[in-house]
Each structure stands twice: as structure tokens, then as C-alpha cells.
Design a protein around this ligand. Sequence first.
Ligand SMILES: N[C@@H](CCC(=O)N[C@@H](CS)C(=O)NCC(=O)O)C(=O)O
Length: 265
Amino acid sequence: MQLYHHPYSVDSQKVRLALEENGIDYTSFHVNPLTGKNMDSSFFRMNPSAKLPVFQNGSQIIYQAMDIILYIDRLIVSLDGKASSITTQVMDWMLKIEEWNPKIFTLSHIPDKYRLFVSKFVRRVVIARMSEAPDLASVYHVKLRDAYETEDKLKNPDIVKQSEEKLLRLLDDAEMQLQETRYLAGEEFTLADAMFIPVLSRITLLNLEEEYVSCRPKIAGYYELVKRRPSYKKVIGKHFSGWRWYRTLVKTVFFLCIRSMFRRY
Ligand SMILES: N[C@@H](CCC(=O)N[C@@H](CS)C(=O)NCC(=O)O)C(=O)O
């Protein structure tokens, strides 16, 4: 089994937590969307949305984080003969979490000059790949249109506000639930938690913990609790502290600057 992902991608983290919690082995391939690696024609041919994560088991390729997690659950059921861990309550939480797309919220918290630099770089990568693989041109055009549409959305304060409000509703619902139970769907860790933790880690990455987490004491306590799990340490913790974080950042910035300077996309 192979997983194409990136350690800072929210949807990739959801899947990796689910895999780790279930003790499933897989071969990991890092694809950095900030450097446009997801636009390489070999990856793009397999996954024309260019989005991460992508999970491959033999000839089966699955694209959406939620679909991959449901597949993992089915795999566990068939391998171990256990009942599915996805109860109605777990599923309700998974759907609620899935409804919040972190893209607009994230981009709206990144200073314009950095965001526009990366977005221009990625557009140039798409154009370069289009000329290398003309048979994929129409699909690459969809990605270009997506990039322009995202910039338009970011200029619309209503869209930015909606994304934030959706996150606030999710956090308020979680805070209420965590007054009753230890984890999101009861006393045990479930796949709903595997999907929720990356939302919190994105808030941390954007340096917004004070504003969104600390003021919700139950979520703050829950966050401390899940950070002690080996799955969290492996999938998120080790990438968020110390040299790994700086190494990824420096490598990405260096790659973008050098390539932009020499116009090598
Ligand atoms: N609905 C997809 C969304 C995946 C997604 O948006 N992934 C982001 C990273 S978290 C990505 O790959 N962005 C790069 C791009 O859109 O080109 C899922 O659930 O997996």
C-alpha cells in the first residue's frame, strides 16, 4: 500500500492518523504542493485533481481523505473480522469535520506577499508541465482556473468569513461534546478524532491557538490528551517541533527562490 501525502497537509494527516491508529503499514511518498510537485505529469496522470492525499492498494487508487478512511475501516473489518468502528455518531462527526475545507481559512491567514509568490510559482509550474505533457493540457487548465478562482475567493470577505464561521461552529460543537465525553464520539478514540486532530494542528501551524483553542477549555484539554498518543507524535508532533519544521521550511523556501531566480519550473 502506498500513500502520497505531505506532513503539513490537513487531509493527509487525517489519513495517516487513521493508518497509524490501526497499525497499517504503508510506503510513504512525500509530495510538496508548495513546490508544485503534485503537478508533475507522473503524479498528475494518476490523480488529475493533483490534491493530496492519494492512497494506492494494488490497482485500487483512492483520492478523497474521507473515502480513504472508510476504505481503511473496511480493510480492518475484512482482515480482523471485527465490526466496523464507524458508528452513527462517529460518521456524523466525520461528516461535520469534512464539511470544513481548510484552504480559504489557511490562505487568508498567510501574508499576501508570500501567498502570491507561491501561487505565481505554482501557476508557472502548471504552464511548464502543460507544455511537457500536451495530452494533459485540458486538465492542467482546470488547475490554472482553480488557482485564479481561489485568488478571487480570497478577495471576497463574505467567503473568508463563511470559512471562519464554519470552523467556529465546528469548534463550538466539539467543545460542547467534549463536556460529555473524553473523545469526540465517546470514551474511546475513534476515526472521528483522527479527522479532527489535523484541524487543531492547522490552527497551531497558523499560530492561532490562543484565539481558537485556548478559549475552549475542553478542546484545549483534549488536544493535550491526544498529543500523548504515539500516532500524533509520529504523524504530526515530530514535524511541528525542532529541526524538522525548519528543515522543511528552509528546503521549500530555498527551492522556490532558486527556481524562480533561474526561471526553472
Ligand atoms: N477533498 C479532498 C481535498 C484534498 C486537498 O484539498 N488537499 C490539499 C492539501 S490538504 C491539496 O492537495 N492541495 C493542492 C492542490 O489543490 O493543488 C480530500 O478530502 O482529500
